[in-house]
Structure formats: structure tokens, C-alpha cells
Design a protein around this ligand. Structure first.
Ligand SMILES: [Zn+2]
Length: 464
């Protein structure tokens, strides 16, 4: 049986202000209904003014998703009644969206993107104990892009992988925080099963608030439809809501209750024109995208695929790695240190990547790599540096942690050890080789463990 999945994603844009007014777009955690104005509350006589930055971010996202951007698009009113929508309509884009015909490659499969359009968010209902709900309009008018895929996704696992890849791209280009738990990235899915090439009846699944929920909810619905079809039942066109705690999807509404939004052009906004020059300017401003980066790293650094995947996961880590390798060009060594030690230390509450510059980090990696400090000392220095204001260099120098590999200095100390331990030296000369360990121990205590043990052994044997 063939499964076909299409996704509809809403991504909140990281602009300072809302889509059509100058209220802050950063509504999260604010006192309810304090982040509003007459425009986003839909008061009579107010007019929307389009936020240019939101359009720019929408174009960035569309370009990163390989879309075509028509010169002209327009805004429409999507009409419906709900208490979280004070105007009684949402300003969205219907038949002339911002962008069309994109794609994103996920594990070798090309998932086509039908459209990307701009729209404003609605408010929130807060369901209270007792039989009523409160309305919080702080989120009304926050800019969103809606991304709609073609039904090219074949499994629930692929839907999850698509969402992860999409989030990574949106975070790389810095247009969306991608936080699904906070609702800044949301996903609805259409899923249908069929025995042949014809598409089956699709159902819609909503309320998936994490990557795991996307996968689990679609697995649940896939199983439910398969069972129904195997038993000769008809799949009804319904909308289901995922309950992550119970791990089940419940009926929200049937086809009869489906909305008719009666879209019509927004009379208060002129059509949106995006000229070639601006589009190109935005394109040139795009950073290297994850796929390009992965390819380049494989060529330039020769790193294993696993390392590349882990280190390119987010842009900040990737940039940190690149800057470190620019200072100390031993990519695999730097990669090992980052994936084991830096990632471990970053889990500590007081750790900040910004506490250690790539140059300082490169210094420490090189020191350990050259054997100037031992690995365990390097790990301790690293942990302290990332969790404090002190640089690795300061810590190493202040505590005198560097290994002594200066032959002159080691020789000097060895002379002392020899004169202070005449009996042991005598034993060694008489053939008791075990005494060598004791003498090295003496040297180590004289140098507080910092003498390079290999060099020390070499010089000691020579002297004796
Ligand atoms: Zn406002």
C-alpha cells in the first residue's frame, strides 16, 4: 500500500515588528493583551502597512527553498469567525503567492514545494479550568510564512526528516527560530493511502508540536487508514488532532464542517512587487546553505560524513568549527575535540560558546595535539575556559600547566635527581632496570608532573 503525505508548515518570521503594524513581534511570555494596537486589533478606520523586513525574510526563505518568485503577488482576506481573530479575517495570500515551484532534497529524495506565502498570525485561546476560555491577542499580526509541499513525502519518517531539514535551513538563513515547542514552527499534514497510482482519500492531522509528534502522529494515522482499507471500509475526509500524551489522533471536524473562507483581494494593500534587483540583492546576501556546506567540507576537510552532519547541524557550531580550523588546520583533530569535549561542556549550565574564541580554542587543541599538555589537563582547561571569563592561554600559563619539553631544563633536573639518589643510580648501573621508573617518578615530582615523560626517559637513560 502506498502512502502519500503533504505538509503545510507555518514559520514565524524573526522580524522586530508585526506584519502590518509596529507592535513587537516578540510576544512570547508577555502579559496577555499588552502587545496590541488598533491596527492588529482590527479597529474600524485603521489601515495595515506592510513590513518590508517580513517580505525580505519571506523572499530569503523562498530562495533557500529553491522557489521561483513572481514579480507580482497580492494579499487576500481569508474570512472566518473565531474569537482569536478580531478582524474576522486573516490577511493572507491566496491565488498569487509570494513564491512557487521550490524543492528541498531530503536523504536523496526531492520534495517539491508548491508555494510559500506571507500571512499574519492569529491570537491564542487559553482554556481555563471551569467552562470558559480567555483570549490573548498578543500574537495577532505576527508575520508568518506558510510553506506548502506537494504530496511527495512517502513515509512518516520522511515527513520528520523534511521538517528537520527545513528547520535547519530556516535557522541558517536566520528568518525563524524553528522552535516547535513554542509554536514558532508549526506543521499540519495531509495523508492518504492507496493500493494504486490514484490518490486515496486524505485526512488532515493537526497539533503536532515536535518532530517526534510529526512522526508518531503520521504513523498512527497511517496504521488507522491501512486497517480501515484492509477491512473494506471507506476513509472519510476528516481533520484529526494529535494528542501527544495519549499518542492518539482524535476527530476534530468532518468534511461537512470544513470552512469556506470566501477569499477576496485585500482592498487596503496594493499588490506586492518584487523587482529583479532586490531579489538578486537578497540572494547574494544568503549564507552558505547546509547542503552546500556539507559538500564543501567533504572536499576541503575530508571529514567523515558523521562528523559533517553533527557539526553542520546548526550554523553557529559550523562557523565556530570553520574559524577554528582556519587557525589550526587539522580538521579531524578539531572535530574530535568539538564533538566530544566541547559538546560535553556545553551541557553545563554556565557554559557559553562565546567564552572561548575559535583562536583560543585552536591554541588549546594544538597544545594538546603537540603533547605540550596532556589530554586530561587539556580537557580540564577547556571546561574551565568555556564556563568562565578566563581564556585557555591564561589558565595554562597562570597554572604553569605546559609540559616541559625543553631538554636543557629536563637535563638540569635530571642531574639533581641523579646526585640526590646515589643508591638508586648504583642499583640501576648494576642491572636493576626497574629503578628507572623510580627515578622518573622523582623527576616528575620535581617538575610537578610537567616534564615530557618520553623525553625524560630518553635523557635519563643516556645520562646513566
Ligand atoms: Zn499592532
Amino acid at each position: 500500500m502506498r502512502t502519500v503525505i503533504g505538509l503545510e508548515i507555518h514559520a514565524q518570521l524573526l522580524t522586530d515588528t508585526k506584519l502590518f503594524c509596529d507592535c513587537s513581534a516578540d510576544y512570547f511570555g508577555k502579559e496577555p493583551n499588552t502587545n496590541t494596537c488598533p491596527v492588529c486589533l482590527g479597529m474600524p478606520g485603521t489601515l495595515p502597512v506592510l513590513n518590508e523586513r517580513a517580505v525580505e525574510y519571506g523572499v530569503r526563505a523562498a530562495l533557500a527553498l529553491n522557489c521561483e518568485i513572481p514579480e507580482r503577488s497580492k494579499f487576500d482576506r481569508k474570512n472566518y469567525f473565531y474569537p482569536d481573530l478580531p478582524k474576522g479575517y486573516q490577511i493572507s495570500q491566496f491565488d498569487e503567492p509570494l513564491a512557487v515551484h521550490g524543492h528541498l532534497e531530503v536523504n536523496g529524495n526531492v520534495i517539491r514545494i508548491r508555494r510559500v506565502h506571507l500571512e499574519e498570525d492569529a491570537g491564542k485561546l487559553i482554556h481555563q479550568a471551569g467552562n470558559y476560555s480567555s483570549v490573548d491577542l498578543n500574537r495577532v499580526g505576527v508575520p508568518l510564512i506558510e510553506i506548502v509541499t506537494e504530496p511527495d513525502i512517502q513515509t512518516p519518517e520522511e515527513a520528520r526528516a523534511f521538517m528537520e531539514k527545513l528547520r535547519q535551513a530556516l535557522r541558517y538563513i536566520e528568518v525563524c527560530s524553528g522552535d516547535m515547542e513554542k509554536g514558532s514552527l508549526r506543521c499540519d499534514a495531509n495523508i492518504s493511502l492507496s493500493e494504486d497510482d490514484e490518490l486515496g482519500t486524505k485526512t488532515e492531522v493537526k497539533n503536532m508540536n515536535s518532530f517526534r509528534a510529526v512522526e508518531k502522529a503520521l504513523q498512527f494515522e497511517q496504521k488507522r487508514q491501512k486497517r480501515a482499507l484492509n477491512e473494506g471500509e471507506k476513509v472519510e475526509q476528516v481533520t484529526l488532532g494529535w494528542n501527544a500524551d495519549k499518542e492518539e489522533a482524535k476527530l476534530m471536524r468532518s468534511k461537512e464542517e470544513a470552512h469556506d473562507y470566501r477569499y477576496f483581494p485585500e482592498p487596503d494593500l496594493v499588490p506586492l512587487k518584487i523587482d529583479e534587483a532586490w531579489k538578486e540583492e537578497i540572494r547574494e546576501g544568503l549564507p552558505e546553505l547546509p547542503d552546500e556546506k556539507r559538500e564543501r567540507w567533504a572536499d576541503e576537510y575530508g571529514l567523515p560524513e558523521y562528523d559533517i552532519d553533527v557539526l553542520t547541524e546548526d550554523k553557529k557550531t559550523a562557523t565556530y568549527f570553520e574559524e577554528t580550523v582556519a587557525e589550526y588546520s587539522s580538521p579531524k583533530t578539531v572535530s574530535n575535540w568539538m564533538m566530544s569535549e566541547v559538546f560535553r561542556v556545553m551541557k553545563l549550565p554556565e557554559a557559553e560558546l562565546e567564552n572561548v574564541t575559535p583562536t583560543e580554542f585552536a591554541y588549546l587543541v594544538k597544545l594538546a595535539d603537540d603533547g605540550e599538555i596532556n589530554n586530561n589537563t587539556a580537557k580540564e582547561v577547556l571546561e574551565e575556559a568555556f564556563t568562565s571569563e578566563d581564556s585557555p592561554k591564561d589558565i595554562v600559563e597562570e597554572r604553569g600547566l605546559k609540559r616541559i619539553s625543553d631538554e636543557g631544563l629536563i637535563e638540569e633536573k635530571i642531574e639533581e635527581v641523579i646526585t640526590e639518589n646515589e643508591d638508586a643510580v648504583e642499583d640501576y648501573r648494576n642491572g636493576n632496570e626497574k629503578v628507572l621508573g623510580f627515578l622518573i617518578g622523582q623527576l616528575m615530582s620535581k617538575t610537578k608532573g610537567k616534564a615530557d615523560p618520553n623525553k625524560a626517559r630518553e635523557i635519563l637513560q643516556e645520562k646513566l
